[in-house]
Each structure stands twice: as C-alpha cells, then as structure tokens.
Design a binder for this molecule. Sequence first.
Ligand SMILES: [Cu+2]
Length: 144
Amino acid sequence: MKKTTVFLIIAAFAVFAAACGGSSSGGDAAATGKTVKSGPAGNNLTATLASKDGVLRKGKQEFTLTFTDASGKPVDVGSVSLNFHMPAMGTMAVMNNPATFTTTSTPGVYAGKTDLEMGGEWQAQIKYEGPAGSGSANLPIVAQ
Ligand SMILES: [Cu+2]
C-alpha cells in the first residue's frame, strides 16, 4: 500500500517535471528555434545550433547553442565558445567571426550572437569546458 503511494508521487513528479521543462523551454525565446545543425560534442553530448527559422545568414543575428545528453536533456557545460571559421579561398583571406554567448534560464541552452561577414560554408568551431568535462564540436554550416 505504501509502496504504491510512493510510486504514484514519483510518477506525478515526473509528469510535472516534464511539463515544467517543456513550458520553460517554450517560454524561453532563445530555445524556440529550429535546428540549423547538430553534431557530437564529446562526453556523450550533442551540440545543436538553432535559429528562429533554421538558417544562418550573412550579417548580425542571434541563435542558440544547446548541449544535450543521450536522452535529449539539456546539460550545463560551463563556459562555451564558438568561432565561425572560413578558410582562405583564392584571393580571399581566412575569416574568423567569433560568437558571444549568454546563459539562459535553461542550463545547457546558450544564447549566441554573431556577425557573419558573408554567406557560404562556415565551420562552427565549438568548445566548452566545465562540469560536463571539456570537449569540442565542428559543425559545417552554410550561411545564406
Ligand atoms: Cu569567405
């Protein structure tokens, strides 16, 4: 009898936590975007870059970078950096457009800003260091 009660309380909490997590990420403007690109980031984490419409463009813009575990739950990775890198092409010099980040109300979801000099294929060079360990990801992203 008692075991059943405890189980029901845990189940109720699980449902509440799931609903709560869903609404908090939904209420966070930063986390409502569509995936631009995602890939493995070490430590069994996946890094996902997202924007409002699922694309990056030449110029100033905002996006989110989210680190998730195997179950899709966001994971706080501490400090994060991202450099948009484009190798030299012909007479065009190498380009490096770093992004800046702020944390959001959801640990593991970072709000980013960048200013891409041009459209074309960039390498999003992501690095992090903190409670989940240190790691990196390199995501090829074509900016419009
Ligand atoms: Cu270029």
